[in-house]
Design a protein around this ligand. Structure first.
Ligand code: C2E
Ligand code: CA
Ligand code: CA
Ligand code: CA
Length: 276
């Protein structure tokens, strides 16, 4: 009892107390927003390199806190993972994205981010297929994005899930490629279709010749493995030009073409993007 008393004393230092209370408030607000389905989904197009056509829209979740305004997903997604409510967010985004995509007149695909935890949820495949059936989206119009961190815990289980999804026609993309610390052996052991190269690899491409070489290597490797390449975070015409000239990518996602936009704007952009 003595020891416990001491621990409590140090725990309730006022400034720590305040921070703790703030954190708990934010968590409670997030839990409420998820329950109320008060999150939003925005879309960022992936264009062919010549900018003529949108092939896919990435669904990105947004949370507007009633008082604090927009909270970045880099803040609340890790929080949701810790709280054990990430699968509710994933299901919400999947449902919304599938419904929106099914309503588009153009045959573009929609891409949804999965967390490590999602891939180990029992019957995640059944859940995804159920959402597709309910929203009327054919599986070949759904892409899922996962990061290298998704398969460190249980690579065999994740591999099984990916094979099942792919068998149904879902496209599998590896996100933030090159930023994890895992070996590259997964590129051949997992059923992947797309490599999304992190923007860290193109940020300085116009000034740093070593970046050019790295990107050349990544492009060559991906081609040899029959993977399509998306380069993310392309911001300038100069970057775009280099990517074009060197045939570094199949698709481009970045501010040079478009930032993430609301569903209505996404629908208009698809109409304008010259698709049959
Ligand atoms: P991500 O999956 O790598 O998504 C790309 C991020 O890059 C997005 O940030 C997007 O707005 C930003 N971006 C796009 N083009 C550019 C550009 O040209 N320059 C720069 N500097 N940034 C660009 P966002 O929307 O803030 O999302 C951040 C991260 O949060 C995402 O990174 C993803 O890891 C996570 N996230 C977002 N939505 C979801 C979701 O529904 N589920 C899960 N599990 N994670 C999500
Ligand atoms: Ca992503
Ligand atoms: Ca990414
Ligand atoms: Ca990222």
């Amino acid at each position: 009892a003595q020891v416990k008393g001491k621990g409590s004393l140090s725990f309730f230092r006022p400034e720590m107390d305040a921070r703790y209370v703030e954190e708990q408030k934010l968590r409670a607000a997030l839990r409420q927003a998820v329950e109320d389905e008060a999150l939003q989904v925005v879309y960022q197009p992936m264009y062919t390199v010549d900018g003529s056509r949108i092939e896919c829209m990435e669904a990105l979740v947004r949370w507007k806190h009633p008082e604090k305004g927009m909270i970045a997903p880099n803040v609340f997604i890790p929080m949701a993972e810790e709280m054990g409510i990430i699968s509710s967010i994933t299901r919400f985004v999947l449902e919304r994205a599938s419904r929106d995509c099914a309503a588009w007149e153009q045959p573009a695909a929609v891409s949804v981010n999965l967390s490590a935890h999602d891939l180990l949820t029992p019957d995640i495949v059944g859940d995804i297929l159920g959402i597709l059936a309910r929203t009327g989206l054919p599986p070949w119009r759904l892409h899922v994005e996962l990061t290298e961190s998704c398969f460190i815990d249980d690579p065999a289980a994740v591999s099984k899930v990916l094979h099942q999804l792919r068998e149904k026609g879902v496209t599998i993309a590896i996100d933030d490629f090159g930023t994890g610390f895992s070996s590259l052996s997964y590129l051949t052991s997992l059923p992947l279709d797309i490599v999304k190269v992190d923007r860290a690899f193109i940020r300085d491409i116009n000034h740093d010749p070593r970046q050019m070489k790295l990107l050349k290597g990544i492009a060559q490797l991906s081609r040899d493995l029959a993977l399509r390449i998306v380069i993310e975070g392309v911001e300038t015409q100069e970057q775009l030009q280099l990517i074009k000239e060197n045939r570094f990518a199949d698709l481009i996602q970045g501010y040079v073409f478009a930032p993430p936009v609301d569903a209505e704007t996404a629908t208009r952009m698809l109409r304008a993007s010259g698709q049959a």
